[in-house]
Write a new protein. Structure first.
Length: 128
């Protein structure tokens, strides 16, 4: 059964070189395992979704420019996720502040062609 995502959930990006952890503000006042629970709207870069180290996606303009300057040798550049919408699919049967909850099967698409997904939920008690 899928787990509800909270602050501290570990994520990876298909084009990032390092894992990152989800950060949820306690604005909705819903806790799971003593941590703020996440919704599909928690996708703000830098706030909810920190960088993943360096980015290897040639669709990222910074990577494309650095790669061109290096005469075509792929040159990773610092990662700043650019979400292309909310997390999908969400849990429509579990609402937090009127927004579907976020579980460990959800994915976030990045405008630079990456797919962000969870590797650990951040808590181990609440299933959705």
């Amino acid at each position: 059964m899928p787990m509800l995502m909270t602050t501290g959930a570990m994520m990876t990006c298909s084009f990032g070189v390092a894992p990152s952890s989800l950060n949820i503000l306690p604005a909705n006042r819903v806790m799971a395992g003593n941590m703020p629970a996440a919704t599909i709207a928690d996708n703000v870069p830098g706030l909810n979704v920190p960088p993943f180290g360096m980015c290897n996606s040639i669709a990222n303009p910074a990577v494309a420019a650095a790669t061109a300057a290096a005469l075509g040798a792929l040159t990773p550049m610092p990662c700043m996720p650019v979400p292309a919408g909310p997390w999908v699919p969400g849990v429509p049967t579990t609402m937090i502040g009127g927004v579907p909850a976020l579980n460990d099967t959800c994915k976030l698409m990045c405008a630079w062609a990456g797919v962000i997904q969870f590797t650990a939920p951040g808590q181990v008690t609440v299933q959705v």
